[in-house]
Design a protein around this ligand. Structure first.
Ligand code: FAD
Length: 455
């Protein structure tokens, strides 16, 4: 292991965190004080001091032979990738937004275009050091004393404990990625192609290293196939003037460096930079490249939510109230056409991001069927509310449809399930057992309270 940060620095950070944890009076809420977040639940800023976790944002070491890295829990993927690429390695799954942290992606479920072969980020975790709700420091792995916590940690959203250090597996990379954007004119043909590529790991005799998709409408769907390459005849750049998601419609072949490939969606937050005007040529030229980043847009959205600026402007202009429909859901690949039909009829928002995935193991709090091919659909925007409808009208329709299709919904955004339904979907029995073992005093929030009640 090439040690990048001294082991003693991590030990000191753990000791300092334990002290600040002990200083929080019993009964007071325990929260993380983090600089960035990619959650889409906005709550009133808390007046209680949060746990200072700024000492947990480093890559501790990389082992190029064993292909693993030791990483602190609040390290961003941007820093993590910068530490591993010089060794010709990457985390097996790198979520698209630069400030997503390793701990956040493991406890809150990340996904990316390598997920059809590598699963979700938590599946390449070897070992987790966790500060549990009752203040204990434990090491959890696939076997051993804290096996239950290892498997129960994904989708627990910091309600069982905080990951302080993780050992993760890495995968070798090559310098470039060749992209092919394949167009489909129906959801059925697109789902069929996902199935074939998922099963064979190849397309047209070429190995597929990455696979995701973009839906622009009922008859305009694309799958983007990424294949590692040692050379590139040219390189595109989507970090400045050009916009990546538009290139999906405009070109059939493209080349990016591996680094640019990993961050291709961050520059425009997929397509969500649109409401800020950043896709208008003039604004784009004036908007500094360094500020074309998902965390900048997210901060702007947080400000807008806080001051209700766009809602006020809409009211003033006599426009209908709009509902945020910002979700990622997973459906079995065979049910994808049915979901997209429903989505077009009832929600009518585009584009939609598609990302196939296979769970390689069983993770009780997010019980995808092991070995089954699912497709994640991500959609992030607002739609007008029909007159007289409840404010969460479309979100509730989506929740019902996902359950009917034998799918699952991520919990990083809003959720509206009843308590009973929620615990049926996210394995309440296992969760309660873990809560009793690792947060007996109930210092951390309960998952339902956090994700549905927005506490
Ligand atoms: C518009 C949008 C698009 C998204 N798209 C994608 C996507 O394409 N791919 C993808 O992978 N994800 C996506 N996400 C979801 C994102 O990965 C999750 O929200 C993830 O949990 C965020 O991680 P974070 O590091 O920013 O954590 P935060 O937002 O800071 O926290 C997330 C939750 O995890 C807890 N937490 C944070 N760190 C730790 C830790 N070390 N230990 C235990 N608990 C912790 C926090 O308490 C909190 O409940 C998207 C989110 C949004 C809003």
């Amino acid at each position: 292991m090439t040690q990048l940060v001294a082991e003693s620095a991590h030990r000191q950070a753990v000791a300092a965190l334990r002290e600040s944890y002990d200083a929080i009076p019993p009964g007071a809420p325990v929260r993380l004080a983090k600089r960035t977040s990619n959650l889409f639940r906005f709550r009133e800023p808390s007046t209680a001091p949060g746990l200072d976790v700024s000492g947990f944002d480093q890559v501790l070491g990389v082992d190029p032979e064993g292909r693993t890295a030791d990483v602190q829990g609040m390290t961003t993927y941007e820093d993590l990738v910068d530490a591993t690429l010089p060794y010709g390695l990457m985390p097996k799954v790198v979520p698209q937004l630069k400030t997503i942290t390793l701990g956040g992606a493991v406890t809150g479920l990340g996904i990316e275009s390598s997920s059809f072969r590598a699963g979700l980020p938590h599946e390449s975790v070897v070992e987790l050091e966790i500060m549990t709700g009752d203040g204990g420091i434990v090491t959890a792995s696939r076997d051993g004393e804290h096996k239950d916590l290892f498997y129960g940690f994904p989708n627990s959203y910091g309600t069982l404990g905080y990951a302080l250090r993780l050992r993760i597996e890495l995968a070798p990379v090559r310098p470039y990625v060749r992209l092919r954007h394949l167009r489909f004119d129906s959801a059925e043909s697109c789902a069929q192609a996902i199935k074939e590529i998922g099963e064979s790991g190849s397309h047209d005799g070429t190995q597929v290293d990455f696979l995701d998709g973009t839906v622009f409408g009922r008859t305009e769907l694309y799958l983007t196939i990424g294949t590692f390459a040692d050379t590139a005849p040219y390189l595109s750049d989507y970090t400045g003037e050009q916009i990546y998601y538009r290139s999906v419609q405009q070109r059939s072949v493209d080349f990016l460096t591996i680094r640019d490939y990993l961050w291709r969606w961050d520059t425009d937050w997929f397509w969500c930079s649109r409401p800020f005007g950043v896709q208008h040529p003039l604004v784009r030229r004036l908007w500094p490249d360094a500020a074309k980043r998902s965390d900048v847009y997210r901060r702007l959205v947080a400000l807008d939510k806080r001051w209700q600026a766009s809602a006020r402007i809409d009211r003033w202009r006599g426009k209908p109230t709009r509902e945020d429909v910002i979700q990622d859901v997973e459906v079995p690949v065979d049910r994808l056409p049915e979901f997209l039909d429903f989505f077009n009829d009832e929600i009518g928002m585009s584009p939609v991001w598609l990302c196939p995935l296979v769970a390689q193991d069983g993770w009780p709090l997010y019980p995808l069927e092991q070995g089954r091919l699912y497709v994640n659909a991500g959609f992030w925007g607002t739609v007008p509310l029909p007159p007289g409808q409840i404010p969460e009208h479309h979100n509730r329709l989506i929740e019902r449809k996902i359950t009917a299709l034998d799918g699952h919904k991520s919990l990083y955004s809003t959720a509206f399930y009843s308590r009973d339904e929620f615990w049926r979907l996210y394995d309440g029995n296992t969760y309660q057992r873990l809560k009793e073992r690792y947060d007996r005093g109930g210092r951390l929030l309960d998952l339902y309270e956090k994700c549905v009640r927005g506490r």
